[in-house]
Design a protein around this ligand. Structure first.
Ligand SMILES: Nc1nc2c(c(=O)[nH]1)N[C@H]1C(S)=C(S)[C@@H](COP(=O)(O)O)O[C@H]1N2
Ligand SMILES: [Mo]
Length: 442
């Protein structure tokens, strides 16, 4: 006030001047929470380090489970190039495999949201640090931070939008989430390698001092980390209390979303799941419907007994079968779940129908089934067809199901016939099947 700009070489005074007039977020004094500091940031950072690693691995597994390299119809990210280096043949055992990996992916992703937000809040003063870059190395570090923060927000936002409002992403969710994950992970690895040793040191040091320093501030250390406020407001909650609040938020999300992976009363607790709650229990055949026949544009006239024919294409040309023909073939049962990429799943349903390998034999592959392309009556949509690997076709539990839980398939569950394969993602369990091509997948 009234004083000219300070020019003298008295650093302490200069710092105080800035802190007394903290009008801009670039001024350290602007950020007043006494919670900010290396301990708080490090604990949250270490939780994210573990959690996001699991998210990344289960995400990559989910992509592999789609059999993207088997046929273009399965591949939602055809330009992946070397990013598909790790792809492998997704197994058929244990049958609940995708239920587990994708349930963990989606549930953990939701649970980590409060942790991510708290972590970003704890480092927000750094986003405003001036000058934005002191050197080339500093500039690179800041760009990687930008990719890290932007990438994390992008992955969480696209993931949540996909499970909550899946129709918002007509086919484009996959490339966004897949490439976003790689951009994020590159920045994440750089960041973790740079910061993990310091984070561990911080937590250990704070723990060692816990008895002596109630606020966790190591003696003689100033705000050199850029996290701790130089002029903190009086605390309204302890650091520990703040962590419990974040953890409580995570627990609340866990309690209101995990139920989507279970049946019975547990499912009703999935308040945040659009495909949870009361819907699955009330669905036809006793379990939930993802896309209805009406949504997929399936006309009742084309599924009638006298209209519908299954085309089985193979070495012997094309065989056309009615539903009655299929019912005359040997019928087999399998208890298998449906597990969707959106993270929800059902417990085992009791399916009954014709083994895929028996249909392969009918198509001239008595010597062992080849890969299989399945096409549905549906005309448009990313999930109208799907390709199955030879080992999935060969599994005795893999069926062209005609009934489920003792009843004829309902129209919404895929009448007249649908695919069910152990351990595969829901998307490969094609409903309203019209044509099965063994061998050449095109
Ligand atoms: N033809 C066709 N089949 C399909 C789909 C679709 O949109 N079209 N959706 C798939 C997806 S994403 C899932 S999770 C399962 C769900 O099966 P349900 O509706 O019987 O529970 O069906 C799969 N089969
Ligand atoms: Mo799905």
């Amino acid at each position: 006030m009234g004083r000219g700009p300070f020019r003298g070489p008295v650093p302490a005074y200069g710092r105080d001047m800035r802190d007394l007039a903290p009008r801009l977020p670039s001024s350290p004094g602007f950020w007043r929470s006494p919670l900010r500091g290396p301990w708080f940031t490090s604990v949250l950072g270490l939780v994210l380090l573990a959690g996001i690693t699991v998210l990344f691995v289960t995400g990559l597994l989910s992509y592999a489970a789609y059999n993207p390299d088997l046929s273009p119809v399965n591949d939602k990210t055809p330009d992946k190039g070397i990013l598909g280096f790790y792809l492998f043949a997704w197994p058929t055992d244990p049958p609940w495999l995708y239920r587990l990996t994708q349930g963990v992916h989606v549930t953990l992703g939701l649970v980590l949201i409060p942790v991510l937000l708290a972590k970003l809040w704890s480092v927000v003063p750094r986003l405003f640090t001036l000058p934005p870059a002191r050197s080339l190395a500093h500039a690179l570090e800041r760009v990687s931070l930008l990719l890290l923060v932007g990438g994390a927000l992008f992955e969480f936002v696209t993931g949540v939008l996909n499970i909550q409002l899946d129709y918002l992403f007509p086919g484009s969710f996959y490339p966004l989430h897949f490439y976003g994950a790689w951009v994020f992970f590159a920045a994440f690895v750089a960041h973790a390698v740079l910061k993990a040793p310091a984070a561990l040191r911080n937590v250990r040091r704070m723990r060692a001092r816990a008895g002596r320093e109630p606020d966790g501030t190591p003696a003689g250390r100033g705000p050199d980390d850029g996290l701790r406020s130089p002029r903190p407001d009086p605390p309204t909650v302890s650091r520990r209390g703040a962590l419990w609040t974040v953890g409580g938020g995570s627990l609340l999300l866990l309690a209101t979303s995990a139920g989507r992976s279970f049946d019975g009363p547990a499912r009703a607790t999935a308040l945040l799941a659009p495909h949870g709650g009361a819907e699955p229990g009330g669905g036809p055949n006793g379990f939930q419907v993802n896309k209805t026949a009406a949504y997929a544009g399936i006309d009742a006239a084309e599924t009638r007994e006298d209209a519908w024919r299954l085309a089985v294409v193979g070495r012997t040309g094309t065989v056309r079968l009615t539903r009655a023909d299929l019912l005359r073939l040997p019928q087999h049962s399998a208890a298998l779940p449906i597990a969707c990429v959106e993270g929800w799943s059902t417990s085992d349903q009791w399916w009954r129908g014709v083994r895929l390998r028996d249909l392969a034999a009918l198509a001239g592959f008595e010597d062992g089934p080849p890969d299989l392309l399945v096409e549905s009556l549906q005309r448009r949509g990313a999930f109208r067809s799907g390709a199955l690997r030879a080992d999935q076709v060969a599994d005795p539990r893999s069926l062209l199901a005609l009934s489920v839980n003792g009843e004829t398939l309902s129209p919404d569950h895929g009448y007249p016939a649908r695919i069910i394969v152990p351990a595969a993602p829901g998307v490969l369990n094609t409903k309203w099947v019209a044509r099965m091509t063994f061998g050449e997948l095109g």
